[in-house]
Structures are given as C-alpha cells and as structure tokens.
Ligand binder design. Structure first.
Ligand code: NAD
Ligand code: MG
Length: 302
C-alpha cells in the first residue's frame, strides 16, 4: 500500500492499494471510529461496488445505510443535494456522523458539499472510483453543485478525513472515461513531473502502471494544494489546458468529456516541442488531439 499524507487546512491520508475496497470499513474506522454512517453513491457505482463497501463497514461495526442517485453530471443539482440532506436528516445523523462518497467526481462533489453543510459539517471520507476522481477531484477539498446553469457555482472547501483509492475498480470503467481521467494526469505530468510524463509516454498497456500514475499525479496535486489551498496563485497551474479546454467543452455542449477538452486545450498553450510530445501521447491513448473549431468560433466561449 502507498500512503500520501496531505497537510492542507486539515491533514488526512490518501491510501492507494489494489483490493483495498474489501477492507474500506477498517480503514475508515481508524480515523472516525465506528458510528452512524451514510454511503452516498450513484446507481451505476452502487450496483458494482455498493455491497462490498457496505459489508466491509458493517463488519467494522458501523451503523450504515446508503443513498443513491442517478449517475451523471445532470444529477449535480440543488434537488439531488436536498435529497442527500433529507437522507441524512431522516437518519437523524448526528454531528459525530459520517458521510462516505463512493463514486466519481459527481458523487464526491455532491456528497462532500452535503457533508460540509449538514449540521455545519460532519465527517467525510472519499472512495473515488473513476481515474479522474482518483487523480484529481478527491484531493484538494473542493466540493460543489451546479446551479443556475453554471458548473460548480455553489460549494465549499471541505477536507475529507481519508481518501481510499482502489485502482482495481477502474477495470469496470469505460475506456473513454479512463482516458479522460488520464488526460488530467498527463496535464499534471506536463506541468510538474518529466518522469511521470515519460512513464505515460512509454507505458505498455497502461493497467500495470496505473497505481504508479495515480500516486505520482496525486503527489503533484498534494504539493500544489498544500502551498495554495484556496487557489490564489500556484494552484492555477492545475488549470493548464483548461482555458481553451473549457471553451471547447462549452461549444460542444455535452458531446466531449471534460478530460478530452483539457487534452485539446493543452496543445495551443504549449511551445512547439512540448506541443508535439503532448499530441503524440494523446494520440497513443486515443484522446482527441485536434480542436474541431476555429479560434473565431471558440472566442465567445473563452
Ligand atoms: P462521474 O462521477 O460522472 O463518473 C463518470 C461515469 O462513470 C458515471 O456514469 C459513473 O456512474 C461511472 N463510474 C464511476 N466509477 C465507475 C467504475 N469504477 N466502473 C464503472 N463505471 C463507473 O464523472 P467524473 O469524471 O468522475 O467526475 C466529473 C465531475 O468531477 C464533474 O462534475 C467535475 O466538476 C468534478 N470535478 C471536481 C473536482 C474537484 O476538485 N472537486 C476536480 C475535477 C472534477
Ligand atoms: Mg479539470
């Protein structure tokens, strides 16, 4: 097992290990004790991994139930957020209670925001299940919902007590989602870690290298968020590729995944040599590498 200790406004550990899901309960117990808990997940992830996490928490003596909502970004709204609060209130979860987010970035952001606000904050653990959430959204303490047609406009900075990462769950993730997450890891490598970039460039088949890629990408994000937890300066480096990427994402409204747009957005921001290397690594993994719009078309969305 690899452990990363994060020292942001609060400190917590990130554990990375194949198969760790089976003993998630024990790992959570070491930071929270065994008390009342609600697992929040989406329908897809719950069907795949819900029982495993529920069983392991019950074995560790948690008084645990679950709440699931339909998968996808369209659930990241006020009404589903209210449903989570209702589930917490219906259980009379006390301030010593615990929320476990089991899923991708949508679940993490929603469950995290509910945990941050219910009773002014209850304990929160992340079990991210997409590559994007494992390398990016589960660390750094940003939680949010979409509101009024704007992404992530209502939220809070709120740190988890622990993050539990099982690279094995990525085996059920679609290749497209996996690669979209890889694009964020490529972004981190391109800005901070030449060896990680080479590892991704040279990897044969990716799967065997995923634990190492996740670990190194998280080390980059850890170092950045520890120095700049509220994104006043350095943390903006993590936005590499996002300026043009977000414009491409808005223009294509829902047709491209966020990571695919970040992939595209890195190229025009880079010098010739860097752009060529980034392009070739994107092509290696079947990520898009050519923006389909002209500068004029994208300008209104920039
Ligand atoms: P997601 O949570 O919607 O997951 C993508 C899809 O994969 C979903 O349909 C989900 O059901 C499915 N899935 C998840 N894990 C699976 C598994 N192991 N096997 C099979 N299917 C699985 O999307 P995402 O890409 O993980 O996250 C995107 C969200 O994260 C966005 O809302 C974005 O705003 C947010 N985000 C937040 C931060 C942050 O710092 N808080 C950073 C980046 C992104
Ligand atoms: Mg991003």
């Amino acid at each position: 097992m690899k452990t990363i200790h994060v020292n942001a406004s609060k400190s917590y550990d990130i554990l990375i290990e194949r198969g760790i899901l089976d003993r998630a309960g024990e790992e959570i117990k070491t930071v929270c004790g065994a008390g009342e808990a609600l697992i929040v997940s989406d329908d897809t992830v719950w069907d795949l991994y819900g029982e495993t996490v529920l069983d392991s928490m019950q074995k560790a003596d948690f008084d645990v139930t679950s709440f699931t909502f339909p998968h996808g970004e369209q659930s990241k709204n006020l009404s589903v957020y209210a449903d989570i609060l209702n589930a917490l209130a219906a259980r009379h979860l006390s301030r010593k209670g615990l929320v476990v987010a089991l899923g991708g970035g949508v679940v993490g952001d929603m469950a995290g925001f509910a945990a941050a606000t219910y009773l002014r904050g209850v304990r929160f653990v992340q079990i991210p299940t997409t590559l994007l959430s494992q390398v990016d959204s589960s660390i750094g303490g940003k939680t949010a919902i979409d509101f009024g047609g704007v992404k992530n406009i209502v939220g809070a900075f709120y740190q988890p007590k622990k993050v539990i990462i099982d690279p094995e769950v990525l085996e059920t993730l679609s290749r497209r989602q996996l690669m979209a997450g890889l694009a964020e890891a490529i972004k981190m490598a391109a800005t901070n870690d030449a060896e990680l970039f080479e590892l991704i460039e040279n990897s044969a088949g990716l799967t065997a290298d995923l634990p190492q890629i996740i670990y190194r990408a998280l080390m980059i994000k850890k170092n950045v968020v520890e120095q700049d937890p509220r994104e006043t300066g350095l943390r903006k480096v993590l936005n590499f590729g996002h300026t043009i990427g977000h414009a491409v994402e808005s223009f294509n409204a829902g047709k491209l995944l966020h990571g695919e747009c970040v992939a595209l957005g890195m190229i025009p921001m880079s010098g010739d040599n860097a752009a060529a290397r980034i392009k070739s690594v994107l092509e290696k993994y079947g990520l898009p590498s050519k923006i389909g719009q002209s500068a004029e078309e994208l300008m209104p969305f920039l």
